[in-house]
Design a protein around this ligand. Structure first.
Ligand code: ATP
Length: 450
């Protein structure tokens, strides 16, 4: 993990945010390479789940919504983790993480605080910072960030930063019904930031104060929920394995009854085998019944339902919710891609996800004929894909740098190019080189990308 964090910093993927002021725990900045990776993840997700599906409608809702939304959804009161604080060194930690970290293979999320306290005492779980055993009793800690709007009196201006994107889909259900007239089953999707006042150490970008979600609320008839659930499980698996992640580092885990949210009758997580502490939540799939629409109907006074022409009745649709973290996806991709031998380090990222699909080098930077030919090649392929340019140092160093950022193909323009219009293409994973005609290069790369 340390090597991945160091590479991410050295090569412009991910930096400690506001480092010149000492940083801020659990906040990170994505550099140019990390930004490209995130963008590729989002774009491909959108194409897979929204672009190519006529039954899914994409929206963007605001981060700050009417605070009544969060009171109605229960987040303002109940979106909390149980926290304990060490009385000696004041380290605060999530009680469930303390217990699960020490006693492997147990899940205690959702247990009452008294039971968490018992487990901590029975197993004499000491503070990870100072090794003392002197905890406060566990207490609930709300995860929503609050803020204030305008200059109206404090109490009236209180607002929240959204803790999930999902509520945006529920409260705009009627607007989508009225404007798009969708037929069941259909979904509303969104990609956007969510904010949580997380109290546990983050494990790099795994758990941060702000992060991005890609979520779908899929509205269905109640009697079809099991079939729809299974179908979404398949789609989620197709997506995640399609990112080039080995299947034996992925698994489904079903939530226990204690863990289930009060509105859900089934939730399963896709877990990835991260290099810190093993399998951890990557994505979730929840059957939320009609809880959200029914609840918002009651609390807003606006009927959120659906007229079923087949049955000539009104019904409140049920919901299947697949949810995906953009940042946990990026972290998984970096972890799965990291390779090293005694010669070099390389990121074996799926080519379409890599920050650059190709790099173009003139063999020598002080030979104008090579540089201008290389610029032609750059312009020719640059309209189809992201292409890096490097003319510094020797070719070996340039290969090394591109390997470390996962660029699948490096293209060198040399003196033979000037004679016969061919270039060398060097492959990141095999380091094999091939001579390819410039006229064939576009289709050569396209074929490999597909
Ligand atoms: P955890 O149990 O790890 O706190 P969660 O079950 O609370 O996660 P959800 O509410 O299901 O998470 O959020 C959906 C997705 O959003 C998660 O599967 C994860 O990919 C992502 N996510 C949640 N919290 C964070 C966070 N603090 N930082 C980064 N990603 C997050």
């Amino acid at each position: 993990m340390d090597k991945i964090v160091a590479l991410a910093k050295r090569r412009g993927f991910i930096f400690q945010d506001s480092e010149i002021y000492g940083g801020l725990a659990n906040t990170w900045t994505y550099g140019p390479l990390g930004t490209a990776l995130l963008r590729n993840i989002r774009n491909q997700w959108w194409q897979f789940f929204v672009g190519q599906r006529p039954d899914i409608y994409g929206i963007e809702t605001p981060i700050i919504m009417n605070p009544a939304v969060w009171r109605a959804s229960g987040h303002a009161d109940n979106f909390a983790d149980a926290m304990v604080e060490c009385k000696k060194c004041h380290t605060r930690t999530r009680a469930d993480h303390l217990i699960e970290g020490a006693l492997k293979d147990i899940k205690v999320e959702g247990l009452p605080t008294t039971e968490l306290d018992q487990l901590i005492t029975q197993n004499h779980l000491t503070c990870p910072t100072c090794q003392e055993f002197d905890w406060t009793p566990a207490r609930q800690f709300n995860l929503l960030f609050t803020t204030h709007i305008g200059i109206v009196p404090e109490s009236e201006s209180l607002a929240y930063l959204r803790g999930e994107t999902a509520q945006g889909m529920f409260v705009n259900f009627k607007a989508i019904m009225d404007s798009m007239s969708p037929k069941l089953p259909f979904g509303i999707a969104q990609i956007g930031k969510a904010f949580r006042n997380e109290i546990t150490k983050g494990n790099f970008i795994f758990r941060t104060l702000e992060f991005e979600q890609m979520e779908i609320e899929y509205f269905i008839r109640p009697d079809e929920w099991e079939a729809q659930y299974e179908s979404w499980k398949k789609d989620m698996w197709t997506w995640v394995t399609g990112l080039g992640i080995p299947e034996n580092d992925l698994r489904w885990r079903r939530h226990t009854d204690d863990e289930l949210s009060f509105y859900s009758t089934r939730t399963e997580d896709v877990e990835y085998n991260y290099p810190f502490g093993g399998f951890k939540e990557l994505y979730g799939l929840a059957y939320r019944t009609d809880y959200d629409l029914r609840n918002h109907s009651e609390k807003s006074g606006t009927q959120l339902d659906y007229f079923d022409q087949q049955q000539n009745t009104r019904l409140i649709p049920h919901v299947i919710e697949p949810t995906f973290g953009v940042n946990r996806t990026a972290l998984m991709i970096l972890c799965a891609a990291y390779q090293e031998d005694d010669q070099r380090v390389w990121l074996s990222i799926k080519p379409t996800l890599a920050p650059y699909q190709a790099a173009v080098f003139p063999l020598l930077k002080n030979k104008p004929e090579l540089v201008s030919k290389a610029k032609e090649v750059y312009a020719m392929i640059g309209s189809d894909m992201a292409v890096a340019w490097d003319e510094r140092g020797n070719i070996g160093k340039r290969y090394y740098a591109q390997d470390e950022i996962g660029t699948p193909w490096c293209i060198t323009i040399d003196f033979d190019t000037l004679e016969n219009d061919t270039i060398t293409v060097r492959d990141r994973d095999t380091t094999n080189q091939e001579r390819v005609a410039i006229s064939e290069l576009k289709s050569y790369l396209q074929e490999k990308l597909n």
